[in-house]
Design a protein around this ligand. Structure first.
Ligand code: AMP
Length: 361
């Protein structure tokens, strides 16, 4: 079990600017006092009582910490230290300063499939490593794919946010309804036993978006998106895929397979001819094919807009909750004031909307 230090994190790290917000707290830049080294601090609010809806159970923080510790890989965010106080746990993690992969891509004028594949390969290497340890991420999506530094010629991808990740134990079934509607696999929606193959479905969705700027199952509402997924309602529309190679479509088709056992594994993806061309001709065709930048930029702008809209919506909701809580005991109101949990507790189909507020479903 990971060591949760009981000392005050601020004795060891100077806390800097907020870098981002998650479901249960904020991520801030931090500076190690002893060495001057820069890290990121992920502040996670803890649930104080079993009856509280707010904050994370310590058990789930332990799970996230154990999983990060089990995954030393150059394309996965590294964990350095863990501090615990009465109200929160702080994970000291590698500082990832290059922003999100999709924002980086959206700034480009054009991108060949060959360049997109360089990113996909890194994602697949990380996922293949994870899966070799029997760990599934269960929330692979653009927001969780960041770049260590975007000012270099070959940016290095880092996968973040292992808050929903799970380590499978032989012979023990695992079911979960958590995830982000656009990227979630049909077996999650159907509440069936899960495996690492659910991540491969999400990789299919991410690749589809990266190449076309369209989201394969996106409906007008989350419910419609989930229905589209379960009924496998997607196609490669010519107007969005006119510059896409046939082998890229084959790659996606082999991931968007309803039966999890029929999907390519991460290892198989790494040797699929789209990722690893067999002939010079294949390689040349990837470089002639390009991603639909005009549409991708639109997709990304909409995604960012929805993320900020959801954040404002969540903040307003939090304020309302605080007002409602004014009549509660002092302890409860203190607890809620420091809470940034954006969990949506309204019952939606399969309660899949756990992550909706901070995602771009
Ligand atoms: P998370 O709760 O892990 O999803 O993180 C919330 C947000 O904080 C992310 O969407 C990123 O924008 C930012 N973030 C998370 N981890 C890091 C990191 N290690 N370095 C820099 N920013 C991060």
């Amino acid at each position: 079990m990971a060591l949760f230090k009981l000392q005050n994190v601020e004795d060891f790290y100077e806390i800097g600017d907020v870098l981002g917000s998650g479901h249960y707290g904020q991520v801030c830049a931090v500076r190690e006092r002893a060495t001057g080294a820069r890290w990121a601090g992920k502040f996670l609010k803890l649930r104080r009582s079993a009856s509280s809806r707010l904050g994370l159970e310590r058990k789930s923080v332990e799970k996230e910490v154990e999983i990060l510790q089990a995954l030393p890989h150059c394309n996965i965010m590294a964990l350095k230290d863990v501090f615990e106080s009465r109200a929160e746990v702080v994970l000291i993690v590698e500082l990832i300063g290059g922003g999100e992969l999709f924002d980086f891509v959206a700034e480009k004028e054009n991108l060949s499939e060959g360049e997109a594949i360089e990113f996909m390969k890194q994602i697949l290497e990380a996922v293949s490593f994870m899966h070799s340890k029997k760990i599934a991420h269960f929330d692979l999506k653009p927001e969780n794919m960041m770049l260590l530094d975007k000012e270099v010629s070959h940016p290095h991808i880092k996968i973040i946010d292992f808050g929903l990740a799970h380590c499978f134990i032989q012979g023990k079934e695992y079911k979960s309804l958590s995830g982000t509607p656009q990227y979630i696999a049909p077996e999650v929606i159907n509440y069936e036993p899960l495996s690492v193959a659910s991540d491969m479905w999400s990789i299919g969705v991410i690749t589809y978006i990266l190449l076309s700027g369209m989201s394969p199952f996106q409906g007008d509402t989350d419910e419609e998106t989930l229905r589209n997924i379960v009924s496998m309602n997607y196609e490669f529309e010519d107007r969005y895929f006119s510059d896409t190679s046939a082998v890229a479509k084959d790659f996606i088709q082999n991931l968007l397979v309803k039966d999890p056992s029929g999907r390519l594994t991460a290892e198989e993806c790494l040797v699929h001819p789209w990722i690893k061309p067999l002939t010079r001709n294949d390689a040349a065709s990837r470089n002639r094919s390009s991603i639909n930048m005009k549409n991708f930029k639109k997709f990304n702008a909409r995604r960012k807009w929805k993320m900020s809209y959801n954040m404002v919506w969540a903040c307003n909701r939090l304020c309302r909750m605080q007002l409602l809580c004014k009549s509660d005991t002092q302890e409860d109101s203190d607890l809620r004031k420091c809470e940034s949990d954006q969990e949506d507790t309204e019952t939606k189909p399969a309660s899949l909307i756990r992550r909706r507020l901070s995602s771009n479903s």
